[in-house]
Design a protein around this ligand. Structure first.
Ligand SMILES: O=C(O)CCC(=O)C(=O)O
Ligand SMILES: [Fe+2]
Length: 373
């Protein structure tokens, strides 16, 4: 994970840490109104939500069928849920237990692993906090690679189980993310021959960079005026999200507004990130999403943030570019793009755009009426 992610970690609010579990009344600092950052709690009445795609070939007649479903989901929604993805239920349960164990520690204990002002990993507020005037009903924990140093700070001893689960989860997610990337690119007619930076000497998928983000949303005394995680797009190629059995994730769809992504036991959510938006030359726009909170239930989500290997410059794939479809974005490394995101947030994609497309296509986050930051 490039170090520049730290740029977007720096909260401008006071460093005071709220123990959200013990707050009985929503503080002003956390009370969002429609005048704050274009906040709206209105949900769509539309009952359709993102598609659920079965990754088991045997249930799909053939691989082309999966590619069709994925292509359609990426174009229409920028997100989809997957089932039969090969991540065991046991591992999903284990990661949930690991996350809950961590977040239920006393605040002074969690702060021992606090993310430093210039750091990437550890415990802290939402990375995007600095772009909003109100605080989010959220606490997070970011892990890159081995969690052992932070685990030692948190527990002093008996942290082996936590570390084993995190490492197993990272290993399995790495495989799944690579597979998903090829499926998504495959749905655009892209093969391994077209993306040299992603393929090793034996034809294997090169290890990308990644971070694991544990997100905690305690029950909230006034959910209608609070925000779990404000609207954003991920700066990834793709994100694989596991949510516990409590809804809260919403995706934005032009014309329909905010659509809830219902938790389905065992399913995982896949979000298209900004770097895939760039790779696909805007064909698969990154999805604007957010998390809302609720009055009675604790919500936990685990996001696997997947990006290209460090130093790789990502640009619109040449197979998708011709004289009628000029490249819309300049080449960026993940690290450079995170720096751009830290500076421009919702305008980051526009800021690396080369030209206005002939068909008048606009960036995913130029949604009318839903400006963020
Ligand atoms: O908690 C969720 O459902 C959303 C989390 C998310 O968007 C993120 O970690 O980037
Ligand atoms: Fe996200």
């Amino acid at each position: 994970m490039p170090s520049r992610i730290s740029d977007s970690c720096r909260p401008h609010h006071s460093q005071k840490h709220f123990d959200l579990n013990s707050i009985k009344e929503l503080p002003e600092s956390h009370a969002w109104t429609s005048s704050n950052d274009h906040y709206t709690q209105e949900n769509s009445c539309n009952f359709e939500s993102i598609p659920v795609i079965d990754l088991d070939n045997n249930n799909n007649n053939n691989n082309n069928n999966i590619l069709d479903h994925i292509g359609h989901a990426c174009k229409k929604w920028g997100a989809f849920q997957i089932i039969n993805h090969s991540i065991s239920e046991k591992l999903l349960q284990d990661i949930e237990v690991a996350g809950k164990t961590l977040f239920s520690l006393p605040m002074q204990q969690k702060l021992k692993a606090a993310r430093s002002p210039d750091g990437v990993t550890g415990y802290g507020a939402a990375r995007i906090s600095s772009f909003f005037s109100k605080l989010m009903w959220f606490e997070g924990f970011t892990i890159v690679g081995s969690p052992i140093e932070h685990a030692r700070q948190l527990w002093l001893k008996d942290y082996n189980k936590f570390c084993e689960v995190i490492e197993e989860y990272e290993k399995e997610m790495e495989k799944l993310a690579g597979r998903l990337m090829w499926l998504i690119l495959g749905s655009l007619g892209i093969t391994k021959d077209d993306v040299k930076w992603a393929v090793g000497p034996k034809g294997e998928t090169k290890e990308g960079c990644a971070a694991l983000q544990l997100n905690s949303y305690p029950a909230c005394p006034d959910p209608g005026r609070a925000m779990g995680l404000a609207a954003h797009t991920d700066s990834t190629i793709l994100t694989i999200l596991h949510q516990n059995n409590t809804s809260g994730l919403q995706v934005y769809q032009e014309g329909n507004g905010w659509i809830t992504v219902p938790p389905i036991p065992g399913a995982l959510v896949v979000n298209i990130g900004d770097l895939l938006h760039i790779l696909s030359n805007g064909s698969y726009p990154s999805v604007l999403h957010r998390a809302v909170v609720n009055r009675t239930r604790y919500r936990l989500s685990v996001a696997y943030l997947y990006g290209p290997p460090s130093g790789v410059r990502v640009s619109p794939l040449s197979k998708l570019v011709d004289h009628r479809h000029p490249p819309l974005y300049r080449a960026v490394t993940w690290s450079e793009y995170l720096g751009t995101k830290a500076k421009y947030f919702d305008k980051a994609l526009s800021s690396v755009r080369l030209c206005v497309p002939l068909n008048g296509f606009t960036d995913a986050k130029d949604h009318k009426g839903v400006q963020v930051g």
